[in-house]
Structure formats: C-alpha cells, structure tokens
Write a protein that binds this ligand. Structure first.
Ligand code: IPE
Ligand code: IPE
Ligand code: MG
Length: 251
C-alpha cells in the first residue's frame, strides 16, 4: 500500500532502469584537462584539445553500452571568468571539433544537440552549432548533447523568463514542474540517471541542477583526457548496483 501511495513517474523510471541496469541518460562533467596538461609540462589548451579528442571515442563506447542520451559539460556559464586567451582557445577548439567531427559522430547514428545560453558565444561558432544540429537531426541511436555556456541556474531562470513572456500562459495560475520543464533547453531529454565527474573534484559546478535532483553520482580521480573504457565500465558497474529509491522505500 505504501508503495502504491508513493508511486509516481520517478519511481516508474527507477523500475525500468533497474531492469536494464544501464543509465538511459549518462552525463559527464569532463574535468581535469588543465591539470592533465600541466602534469606533462604542456599549455592548458593542449589539455582541452586532448579532452575534446577523447569525446569521439566516448561517443562510440557509450553507444556500445546501450546508452540513449549522452551529455557532456564542456563550458559553464562561469568559465567566461577564465583568462581570455583560454576562453578564445576553447571557442576555437569547439569550432574545430564541430567542423571535423560531425561526420564521424553522424556515422555512429548520433544526433548532436547543444544545451546552454546562446549569448556571448561567437557568431561563427553559433552558426556551426546550428549546422551540426541540422546535419544530424535525423539520427536516432544516440543523442549526444554538448553543454556549452550551460549553467543550471541560468537554465531555470531562462525557463521562467520564457514562460513569463508566453502569451498563452495564464500567469495568475500557479505553475507546475511540468509547466516549467517545457521551457528548458532540451525538454524532451530525460533526467540524467548517472553523472560522472572526473579529476577528483566533488561538486556539481552548476551542471544539470534541476534535472540532476535524483541523479546518481560517480567520482573518479582520473583526469578527463585519460578517461578510458575501463573507467567507463567501472562507473556503469557501480551504477548497476545502486538502489534508486526517490524518497520511497526499498523494494
Ligand atoms: C575541464 O577542464 C574543461 C573546462 C572546464 C572547459 P579544466 O580546464 O577545468 O581543467 P582543470 O580543472 O583546470 O584541471
Ligand atoms: C566545471 O569545471 C565546468 C565544466 C567541466 C565545463 P570547472 O573546472 O570549471 O569547475 P570548478 O571551477 O572546479 O568548480
Ligand atoms: Mg576544472
């Protein structure tokens, strides 16, 4: 009876995931590029380059593991605070990555999508982001989501402001979670089941703040450019053993 009373959408998701033991949506906070480079006596940007290269391999591996949505935190709304040379270098690397890798990603059956604020992003990069989305829009094996100029707080604020300006909404009525969700960057994408953070840092740094309310977390000391299939498998195995209760009771 108690189980029936507490049954909700979240619990249903739980049941499905426990059956398959594979996260439907895997999210990674790819951290440690700078330290990876420093350890090798290289400039930080070389670390970012190695980090972006790693993504190609991960798309293939994640697909092989049967994951349907794969999101990566590549640039936060706070990362603009870094020295302008690093920021500009990162923007150039994003352009290079999109230009040269869309074909390969598409060949894997992956649809490229972006989450984040569009302001501040250089126009040329914005154009390429749009191009990458258009090029891959019909792919449906994996959604590969790049979070660029993404912030969880910004996303919630942007959603509230979009809702405020939507003439079809009666602002005298209370809004629900479902109402607000419709205005998120990618409303159709299910919440991340598992969030991995590399490099030994133990925080969210403003990633999927709303969507990650019930995500499982996995932390590893490995720097992102060194992250490999064994690390991925270890994280997925750990996840498979988790008991997700969503505030309910163990079944
Ligand atoms: C993560 O690596 C990539 C971005 C945030 C753009 P970092 O650049 O944060 O690497 P560390 O944390 O300095 O090692
Ligand atoms: C988080 O990494 C953001 C991304 C990975 C894009 P940071 O390196 O920017 O986070 P903090 O500053 O350590 O919290
Ligand atoms: Mg970092």
């Amino acid at each position: 009876m108690l189980l029936n009373e507490t049954k909700n959408g979240l619990e249903n998701i739980n049941e499905n995931n426990n059956e398959k033991k594979v996260p439907k949506h895997l999210a990674i906070i790819l951290d440690g590029n700078g330290r990876w480079a420093k350890k090798r006596g290289l400039p930080r940007l070389m670390g970012h380059r190695a980090g972006l290269r790693k993504l190609e391999e991960m798309v293939r591996l994640v697909k092989r593991e049967g994951i349907r949505y794969f999101s990566v935190y590549a640039f936060s709304t706070e990362n603009w605070n870094r020295p302008s040379m690093e920021v500009q270098g990162l923007m150039s690397l994003f352009k290079f990555y999109i230009k040269h890798k869309v074909k390969e990603v598409k060949a894997e059956g992956a649809r490229i999508r972006f989450a984040g604020r569009k302001d501040k992003i250089p126009e040329e990069l914005l154009g390429m982001m749009q191009w990458a989305e258009d090029e891959t829009k019909d792919e449906n094996i994996l959604d590969f989501i790049l979070c660029i100029n993404y912030g969880g707080r910004a996303e919630v604020l942007d959603a509230i402001n979009k809702l405020r300006h939507d003439k079809t909404i009666d602002l005298n009525q209370d809004i629900t979670e479902q109402d607000l969700r419709k205005y998120f960057y990618l409303p159709d994408v299910p919440d991340p089941d598992l969030i991995i953070r590399t490099s030994g840092e133990l925080r969210m740094s403003n990633f999927w703040m709303w969507e990650g309310a019930y995500s499982e977390f996995y932390f590893t000391d490995t720097y992102w450019p060194d992250f490999n299939y064994d690390n991925l498998k270890a994280a997925l195995e750990d996840y498979a053993g988790r008991d997700r209760r969503y505030g309910g009771l163990k079944k």
